[in-house]
Write a protein that binds this ligand. Structure first.
Ligand SMILES: Nc1ncnc2c1ncn2[C@@H]1O[C@H](COP(=O)(O)OP(=O)(O)O)[C@@H](O)[C@H]1O
Ligand SMILES: [Mg+2]
Length: 226
């Protein structure tokens, strides 16, 4: 059964008297275990789509069924639970808390969600290759390492879906490829469903499916041939 089912959604931003239609008739269905990349020019609506599908932004038309429930009918409490436990987020800029070390940054996310053991934090940091840096502070880490910590933080409550908005957009090429390999492992070994915005067509080869966006529409939806 689809984990996410989107039919004919529309989203309008109002700028003064102007109405900007950012998403137009977007439909798609995502099965558990898919790794979906979204690519398209700047301003095509990629971030907005990600935010709408994860409940961070509202939509004006159509329907989004997330975990078999219409998103617009989630109560604010259900939305909070959704965000802290069922979905994880990774952003281009890692948003780690500078005066907390690696361990504490991950632990903080678990406090908001559910009670997580010390071992779980260590295991999650091991999963992303950061177990040896638990006492380091963000400023002592490279961009790629900080992104690994941000990924561990997103994973700490065992979300089913991981949403990522240009997670390697701020990294050098080699560090970016390592992070892509990590996402692929999270998808293949840990069965996370992944929904990732990317600016780089090369990185879509790590996913299983690519959505191409242009002017608020999905203009192409293709399977990646492995
Ligand atoms: N909060 C907002 N208010 C008004 N317009 C917005 C807002 N966020 C995004 N937009 C506009 O929506 C369009 C799509 O933006 P976005 O989803 O960020 O695109 P992308 O991630 O593909 O670059 C752009 O034209 C952008 O200017
Ligand atoms: Mg964007």
């Amino acid at each position: 059964m689809a984990i996410l089912n989107v039919s004919d959604i529309g989203k309008i931003y109002h700028k003064g008297h102007l109405e900007i239609e950012v998403l137009k008739n977007v439909s798609l269905s995502v099965e558990p275990g898919e790794f979906v990349s979204i690519i398209g020019p700047s301003g095509s609506g990629k971030t907005t789509l990600l935010y709408v599908l994860s409940g961070l932004e509202t939509y004006d038309k159509g329907s989004v069924m997330l975990f078999s429930k219409e998103l617009s009918s989630y109560t604010s409490k259900e939305k909070a639970t959704l965000r802290s436990m069922n979905i994880g987020f990774v952003f281009q800029f890692y948003h780690l808390i500078p005066n907390l070390n690696v361990y504490e940054n991950v632990k903080l996310a678990s406090v908001i969600g559910k009670d997580v053991s010390h071992q779980k934090i260590i295991d999650t940091l091991e999963m992303v290759g950061m177990k040896d840096e638990i006492k380091s502070y963000p400023s002592q880490l490279s961009g790629g390492q900080q992104q690994r910590v941000a990924i561990a933080r997103a994973l700490i409550n065992d979300p089913k879906i991981l949403f990522a908005d240009e997670p390697i957009g701020n990294l050098d090429y080699q560090s970016g490829l390592k992070i892509m390999a990590l996402f692929k492992e999270l998808n293949q070994t840990y069965h996370k469903t992944i929904f990732m915005v990317t600016h780089n067509i090369d990185t879509t080869s790590y996913g299983s499916r690519t959505l191409h966006m242009l002017s608020g529409r999905i203009i192409k939806d293709e399977k990646v041939i492995q």
